[in-house]
Design a binder for this molecule. Structure first.
Ligand SMILES: Cc1ncc(COP(=O)(O)O)c(C=O)c1O
Length: 303
């Protein structure tokens, strides 16, 4: 609406919730196509979306040069295909490219808030035009929110006629409801505090160190990726650079086994990936008990 452009750039293998236009990938010839399982897209994704690989600035600039792009929507670190961290300077350069081409830069901090209060945007002093976040900031109460610069807010306001604001696609019956707002206030002021983050990140490191030591001891070609209070191991012997690379080492059967095996020892992993997220109530002994169970499993797997 603000830019008059029709397309959004997303990162290959991204996830931003059930948004048809972002469930896109590149086919072998580099065309934007719907991802396997995206069965509801109302129009061909080549009309709405351009896909680029994470950590690839040349591809980002090439996509922007088409001059049909309204916005870049991205997580500052990929989290939904396993963790893929940005290379040094990548995020700052994406921000500069967005400015250069007059494109709105949207950062999705829904998961990357695990690095600390303010997420990666604060950690790297990034200056996106928009920021979206949800889930964790409501402490279990369904919620989501988005922030924007005053310039963007003014550009939107200029196009909104208050008498017909309800037809603008903003809001909905429960938007801004008191329960969600109270949950966000309580979570941000009393649960996800800076003090809690210090402890959660220390525990995240303890979890990663334990898992990495076992991987090393058992000589497994696996790697632990860290994102503050969140950690995850992947079936690749180094950190992946792109979503496609992370996706290519997924092993559904092995994951099913690991999850069931650890569940038998009392550890419920996320339903996909091999991810752990420390809470303000996680203890060192919880982490060490996981390391021991993980060790037992890896020794069994490799002997
Ligand atoms: C990065 C990211 N953004 C947004 C969402 C929110 O999606 P939804 O509201 O559909 O749960 C998710 C959900 O997992 C997510 O991983």
């Amino acid at each position: 609406m603000i830019t008059g452009k029709s397309k959004v750039i997303v990162i290959d293998r991204c996830y931003h919730g059930s948004v048809d236009e972002t469930f896109a990938t590149l086919d072998e010839t580099g065309n934007t196509v719907a991802r396997e399982g995206n069965i509801g897209a109302p129009v061909s994704l080549s009309e709405t979306t351009r896909v680029v690989e994470f950590n690839n600035l040349a591809a980002m600039e090439a996509a922007l040069k088409h001059s049909d792009v309204a916005a870049i929507l991205m997580e500052p670190a990929m989290t939904n295909v396993g963790i893929v961290l940005p290379e040094s300077g990548y995020l700052e350069s994406v921000g500069e490219l967005a400015k250069k081409y007059g494109v709105v830069w949207i950062i999705d901090e829904t998961h990357t808030i695990s690095v600390g209060a303010g997420g990666m945007t604060a950690l790297h002093n990034l200056k996106p035009d928009f920021l979206t976040i949800g889930k964790a900031i409501g402490g279990g109460i369904p919620t989501g929110t988005f922030g924007m610069t005053t310039e963007i807010a003014a550009a939107i306001a200029k196009k909104i006629d208050r008498e017909v604001i309800d037809t603008g696609g903003i809001g909905g019956t429960l938007a801004g409801n008191a329960l969600s707002l109270a949950a966000m206030r309580a979570t941000l002021s009393e649960v996800l505090t800076e003090t809690a983050f210090v402890k959660m990140i220390e525990l995240g490191d303890r979890w990663s160190d334990g898992v990495a030591a076992v991987i090393n001891e058992c000589n497994l070609p696996w790697h632990v990726n860290r994102l503050g209070a969140r950690s995850e191991y992947m079936f690749l012997n180094r950190a992946p650079r792109t979503g496609a690379e992370a996706a290519s080492v997924g092993d559904f059967e092995l994951e099913q086994y690991l999850h069931l095996r650890l569940l038998n020892d009392g550890f419920l992993l996320t339903p996909f990936h091999n991810m752990a997220l420390m809470s303000p109530y996680t203890t060192e002994s919880d982490v060490d008990a996981h390391t021991e169970a993980f060790r037992k499993m890896c020794v069994e797997l490799t002997s």
